[in-house]
Design a protein around this ligand. Structure first.
Ligand code: NAD
Ligand code: TDX
Length: 334
């Protein structure tokens, strides 16, 4: 793989993946194809080696544009997606355009161009909620919100293209990811940046019952890379962080690291259809040699420190469209 098309490479995980590829594989050239939605941010890629990196602004829902970008590449790794559950609950049209039709366009272009590898980055949310134990790749999917339903739709199209036409599609399902450069609508960067500003942390439903498994962004990238290079076409690989935390415990850790107290916690009405717990078993990817490297306490400390030291990055985001969304989601006094 000499030229890899990375779609959605200006977002949170995609931008770390671009840097990861350039650092790990000196012979690789990356083409980053990104629509630059509200979540896309070229600041995330400041300082990358331009001699081995090309940016193309485009929409994966545009079949001609994605096909043209794929023509010069051997493989494609898709990060491009509408990714926020709360936004999908306000309206899912863009989720269907990107997460379903966009993925269809990618696998169709891959079929036409005989791409060597197509890796679709998906999510543990497609399994739905689990009270005990952990999902394996053989378990049926049961998405329960419009975001995860759209991601599952894209996955199914990818699997169908492998079955029907032999397109070498590999799917990864990662757990909740955290680290630098995450758009501050997701709970972790939202709470960290609000805590820095001494503003309320809007915790849904008390946060005692909801559990997420946290995966450091570099570990998510190494997991995707392992599946891309060592995985088998047609297969699905879970990527788990192994750090299950109740939301309330996560919130307390953020308060501790930012030097704030519990008075900032604001209990707000629950998210509709809120999945209680996500948990996945990553044995299949571990059998290919992947291991997460980041310790939870260290990862949290590094992440909080990054937001403390990079205020201009998130203050630029917390304007305009962001403030409108915030008001709509959390109310005038949020
Ligand atoms: P993000 O929201 O930070 O970034 C998404 C990127 O995709 C942005 O750069 C955006 O401009 C781009 N994009 C959106 N629609 C596009 C389109 N139609 N055409 C081209 N580009 C488009 O996302 P993220 O959190 O980095 O997630 C990346 C991928 O990983 C997604 O597929 C997501 O479903 C998956 N995932 C995320 C997590 C998580 O916790 N963040 C966990 C598991 C899986
Ligand atoms: O303001 C909030 N208050 C709150 O209590 C927000 C935004 C979230 N929460 C809770 C809801 C969840 O239990 O925190 C938990 C995490 O919420 P999100 O950050 O919105 O993530 P989640 O819904 O778990 O989905 C994430 O993980 C899987 C990503 O957004 C997806 O893109 C990924 O696929």
């Amino acid at each position: 793989m000499k030229r890899i098309l990375v779609t959605g490479g200006a977002g949170f995980i995609g931008s770390h993946f671009v840097r990861y590829q350039l650092a790990q594989y000196p012979g690789v050239h990356i083409v980053n194809f990104d629509k630059l939605t509200y979540a896309g941010n070229l600041d995330n890629l400041a300082g990358v080696d331009e001699s081995r990196y090309t940016f193309v602004r485009g929409d994966i829902a545009d079949a001609d544009a994605i096909r043209a970008a794929m023509e010069s590449c051997d493989a494609v790794v898709n990060f491009a997606a509408e990714t926020h559950v709360d936004r999908s609950l306000m309206g899912a049209s863009e989720f269907i355009d990107t997460d379903v039709r966009g993925v269809y366009n990618i696998v169709e272009a891959a079929k036409q161009l005989n791409a060597k590898r197509v890796l679709l980055v998906s999510t543990d949310e497609v399994y739905g909620s689990i009270d005990e134990g952990a999902f394996t790749e053989d378990d049926p999917t049961g998405p329960r919100n419009p975001y995860s339903a759209s991601k599952a739709g894209g996955e199914l199209m990818g699997r169908a293209y492998h079955q029907s036409f032999g397109v070498p599609v590999i799917i990864t399902r990662g757990s909740n990811t955290y680290g630098p450069n995450q758009y501050p609508e997701k709970v972790l960067p939202l709470f960290v940046t609000n805590a820095i500003d001494n503003r309320p942390l809007p915790l849904y439903s008390g946060g005692e019952h909801n559990v997420r498994d946290w995966l450091y962004v570099e570990d998510h990238c190494s997991g995707i890379d392992c599946a891309l290079r060592n995985g088998a076409p047609g297969e699905i690989y879970n990527i788990a962080g192994g750090n299950e935390r109740e939301n309330i415990a996560l919130t307390h850790r953020i308060l501790e690291l930012t030097g704030r107290d519990e008075s900032l916690i604001k209990l707000v009405p629950d998210r509709p259809g809120h999945d209680r717990r996500y948990a996945i078993d990553a044995s299949k990817l571990r059998a290919l040699g992947w291991r997460p490297g980041m310790d939870w306490d260290e990862g949290m400390a590094l992440t909080v420190q990054w937001y403390q030291e990079n205020e201009p990055w998130w203050r630029r985001i917390k304007t305009g469209e962001y403030l409108e969304y915030y008001k709509k989601q959390y109310g005038e006094n949020g």
